[in-house]
Design a protein around this ligand. Structure first.
Ligand SMILES: Cc1cc2nc3c(=O)[nH]c(=O)nc-3n(C[C@H](O)[C@H](O)[C@H](O)COP(=O)(O)OP(=O)(O)OC[C@H]3O[C@@H](n4cnc5c(N)ncnc54)[C@H](O)[C@@H]3O)c2cc1C
Length: 494
């Protein structure tokens, strides 16, 4: 049977585009979250929507799972083959098909790297706004699936706000087209349902994205603080002051340590406990005043250094540190997981303090770097996977962090999706009827569940073993979270 399936795939594609060598498959055993691994049975590299549709039909004929994959930078385990099967790698569908300058849109294939769209549009004074920190490598197809965010999404909105039309292959192997370049949604907003469905509804094969005109002027600032509380308070005060910066990014001392020791050195003050990277853009007129208001808010919250980038070079250097922060962590530990949650901005100080205490208790270093303006939170837990006890602790600690975020009124994901990583936390925020409704919608798109199985929904709903990696009981963790929060609150209000 295996040979029969491989034979059919090789007839659809060039034989070299069907990979089943055990060693080569290792590349695809996980995405950017190295905690969950499983090799697919075969990886295929289509170049057209029609080929994708034919592959899907083969998978269905034999009842085997299949899933799409872009650049594999996802951080929630969305692009690994949890149940084996056919992994459909879309990176060879990487052509920018059209740029319509007058109507400000681009038509691209799903494997196009996010940054390449802005680079191609730059000569026309246009760009694609959502800019994940992984934008040098992540694909636009992956962005659509995860509804990705980025530093500048605070002002410009997430991926969903920039997708005008898509072509996709359904889980039954049909090619569909939704939306139009004019951005007018006629009939049901199915694009809205597909963006963020984490590769479980359809396989996107062409995307029409909105392009924006580059802003007339940009101001980028760095403010350094001696305390996390003052830094977080500044975030709340800037937003409460009615200013919508284009970016408002938080970096802590550990991140600064890693960045400043790396090739991404940005000149961040090494003695800062926390720092903010703030950017405002728009019409030249009035922008200096807005920047000065932000400087004043920073100073009011005891920022001991506030710097406004003098030119494009200094601006680029400040961003280099932020965008390279994840890569720089390799200097501190061989492995890292990037957690993703969202919390009300005002709860930032106590949550960061609580995470700091957890870090001491578990003996695992944590760095924090995140889109603070959106209330995103990305604790980076550093560890060494050669020590199994550290891996075990990661599961306990990440569960505690998730429960903590939910306890303060937050939610499970700001931008990286639920994937495989957080599926068993879904009932922390959703009731049975909520989950049943979502499951029913998924079944409409993906009736036999063969498209990217074992993702998003809790394992008890027939996906995989529940709580396999949980090292601490839920009741015990709930109790701990309450204690930590109480302790942190007392310290913050003191
Ligand atoms: C250093 C670093 C920084 C990051 N910073 C950010 C950030 O600032 N903001 C942010 O939101 N994310 C960030 N991420 C996470 C990640 O880059 C995004 O989720 C990105 O959108 C994933 O794109 P990808 O091409 O790598 O997708 P993959 O990892 O290959 O896949 C992700 C999911 O999308 C599905 N998928 C892929 N292609 C398609 C398609 N054509 N059709 C349907 N489904 C598809 C897959 O099945 C999977 O479920 C970061 C990751 C790293 C490693």
């Amino acid at each position: 049977m295996r040979e029969e399936i491989l034979g059919k795939l090789r007839r659809i594609l060039q034989p070299a585009s069907v990979v089943d060598d055990e060693n080569e498959l290792l590349v695809y055993e996980c995405d950017g979250l190295p905690l969950f691994k499983k090799k697919p049975d075969v990886v295929v590299f289509p170049t057209t929507a029609d080929q994708v549709a034919q592959i899907v039909r083969v998978a269905r004929e034999y009842g085997i799972p299949f899933l799409p994959r872009g650049a594999g930078t996802g951080l929630s385990g969305g692009a690994f083959a949890a149940e084996g099967g056919i992994l459909i790698e879309l990176q060879r569908m990487n052509r920018i098909l059209a740029i319509d300058v007058e109507n400000r849109f681009a038509v691209v294939q799903p494997g196009v790297v996010n940054l390449h769209i802005s680079q191609a549009a730059a000569p026309y004074g246009l760009y694609y706004a959502p800019d994940p920190s992984s934008q040098m490598s992540c694909s636009i197809g992956g962005n659509v699936a995860e509804n990705s965010g980025g530093p500048h999404c605070l002002k410009y909105g997430m991926t969903t706000n920039h997708i005008l039309a898509i072509e996709a292959v359904t889980a039954e192997g049909e090619i569909i087209r939704l939306g139009n370049a004019a951005g007018e949604m006629i009939g049901m907003d199915l694009i809205g349902a597909i963006v963020g469905s984490e590769g479980t509804f359809v396989i996107v094969t062409e995307i029409t994205v909105r392009l924006l005109r580059k802003p007339q002027a940009v101001k980028t600032m760095l403010a350094a603080f001696h305390s996390v509380e003052e830094c977080s308070q500044t975030v709340s005060d800037v937003i409460a002051g009615g200013i919508v910066p284009s970016a408002l990014e938080f970096v802590d001392a550990k991140t600064i340590e890693a960045v400043e020791a790396s090739v991404y050195r940005a000149g961040y003050p090494r003695d800062a406990v926390a720092a903010l990277l703030v950017e405002v853009d728009g019409f030249r007129e009035g922008l200096d005043e807005t920047a000065l208001t932000i400087v004043e808010i920073c100073r009011r919250n005891n920022a001991y250094e506030v710097r406004i980038a003098k030119d494009d070079d200094e601006r680029a250097r400040l961003w280099l540190g932020r965008k390279g922060a994840f890569g720089a962590m390799g200097r501190l530990a061989p492995d890292m997981i990037t957690m993703d949650a969202v919390i009300p901005r005002t709860r930032l100080p106590e949550v960061l303090l609580a995470i700091d205490r957890m870090s001491s208790r578990y003996g695992l270093a944590v760095a924090n770097v995140f889109h603070a303006g959106d209330g995103n939170l990305h604790p980076l837990i550093l560890f060494d996977s050669r020590y199994p006890d550290q891996v075990d602790k990661i599961f306990g600690m990440s569960e505690e962090i998730m429960k903590l975020c939910v306890a303060v009124g937050g939610s499970l994901s700001g931008e990286h999706g639920i994937g495989y990583e957080k599926k068993d936390f879904m009932d922390l925020v959703f009731s049975e009827p909520d989950l049943d409704t979502m499951m029913r919608v998924k079944r409409v798109f993906n009736p036999d569940g063969l498209l990217n199985p074992a993702k998003i929904f809790p394992a008890r709903r027939g996906c995989t073993e529940i709580g396999k990696h949980t090292t601490t009981s839920t009741a015990e963790i709930g109790k701990r979270v309450e204690e930590i929060l109480l302790g942190a609150k007392q310290k913050v209000t003191r």
